[in-house]
Design a protein around this ligand. Structure first.
Ligand code: FAQ
Length: 332
């Protein structure tokens, strides 16, 4: 499946005059319109390549930085079973980052370059991971809300126009859906627990609700990339459409848990079947994007420290690869 369509435009492109970019673009767009996948060796507009590198690398960084808030609770999970599940989940997120860095590499960027951008603080990652995990209920809220929002955003990416990204998302979404359920199950246990546990669950919902709905990005009127990304079928729905779908699904779940979403204006609009919600504080979102969220500095510091500590592993892996290469050359 991976090689389907490889070179289908690439070879042709070699013989096509550079001045004929418009024809190549038209051919590229008709392929996208026909829901055919674009593969790494196919001709693609530079802006398409650039948009994908931007989005996939930001997505990969989000998975890697996203390990930190939950990692904070591995040593403090309340039971052995909860600890084992949390370790597995955090490890899954690391794996998602690796698939995504690999998908981005097919576009001609090196993994080291992407990591440098993250560590230098010049690359974005999801705003949500700049909030602290203060209690065990936060681990439930992250699974339920953050993974829930991630799935809502990522299921459509399984159908995105770029083959390697679309295929990477299939497995990621299966794992995210399991993560969402484990988070909801933590919330359910707390919501059915003692008054103190119920209060802890409500407090976590109070703190994670608004940042979770900000994960979908700026409103459509402010989103600079959505229109073009929809034409290229990198995005299949707009930020506001996905946010609305998430709220429509999540509000009844909160009711089931007996928890109150911290939005006095939230109500079901009987006419449209959608939940209407209050105004999002976009100044908070912008502050987090500019590096001034509650944990931005802490998160980058943790990644820089981990990268420095892992230096010997990278050196050992490179030395091993070199040894293997030398042995193979000798045997040939
Ligand atoms: N945080 O024009 P748009 C997860 C930036 S993975 C930070 O709307 P676009 C798994 C945006 O990059 C979560 N920055 O942009 C997990 C752009 O900046 P630029 C990550 C944001 O790309 C769970 C600017 O604002 N998921 O949770 C955010 O069309 C639990 C203008 O915005 C993905 O990355 C934000 N929330 O739409 C892990 C999914 N929103 O580059 C651990 C793939 C927007 O111009 C534990 N990405 N920005 O400087 C996407 O679907 C899209 O990139 C959007 C943004 C929807 C995030």
């Amino acid at each position: 499946m991976y090689t389907q369509g490889l070179d289908s435009l690439g070879k042709e492109c070699v013989h096509t005059a550079a001045s004929d970019t418009a024809a190549l673009e038209a051919r590229f767009q008709s392929k996208v319109d026909a829901d055919e996948k674009i593969e790494p060796k196919d001709w693609m507009p530079e802006a398409y390549r650039h948009t994908l590198i931007r989005q996939i690398s930001q997505h990969a960084h989000s998975e890697i930085v996203g390990m930190l808030p939950e990692g904070n609770w591995i040593a403090r999970a309340p039971t052995l079973r909860r600890k084992a599940v949390l370790i597995a989940k955090v490890q899954d997120e690391g794996g998602h980052g690796m698939y995504l860095y690999s998908a981005a590499e097919t576009l001609g960027i090196e993994r080291e370059q992407m990591l440098e951008q993250l560590l230098a603080g010049t690359a974005k990652y999801s705003s949500i991971f700049n909030y602290p995990t203060l209690t065990w209920a936060d681990i439930g809220a992250i699974g339920w809300l953050v993974d829930g929002a991630a799935i809502m955003n990522q299921i459509p990416i399984c159908r995105c126009s770029y083959g390697p990204y679309a295929r990477a998302m299939v497995r990621i979404c299966k794992e995210e859906s399991f993560h969402q359920r484990q988070g909801f199950e933590i919330m359910l246990a707390l919501a059915r627990g003692t008054p103190e546990q119920q209060a802890m669950a409500q407090d976590a919902l109070n703190r994670w609700w608004w940042p979770s709905i900000m994960m979908f990005g700026p409103s459509d009127t402010e989103s600079k990339h959505t229109a073009q990304s929809m034409r290229w079928k990198i995005k299949r729905f707009t930020n506001d459409e996905l946010r609305q779908k998430f709220i429509d699904i999540t509000a009844p779940q909160a009711e089931f848990l007996g928890l109150k979403i911290p939005d006095p204006q939230l109500h079901r609009d009987e006419g449209s079947e959608h939940y209407r919600f209050g105004t999002i504080d976009w100044s908070e979102f912008q502050a987090v994007l500019q590096g001034n969220g509650p944990c931005n500095r802490e998160r980058l510091e943790a990644r820089r420290h981990a990268h420095a500590e892992g230096g010997w592993v990278r050196e050992a892996a490179a030395a091993h690869a070199e040894k293997q290469r030398a042995r193979a050359a000798q045997a040939a």
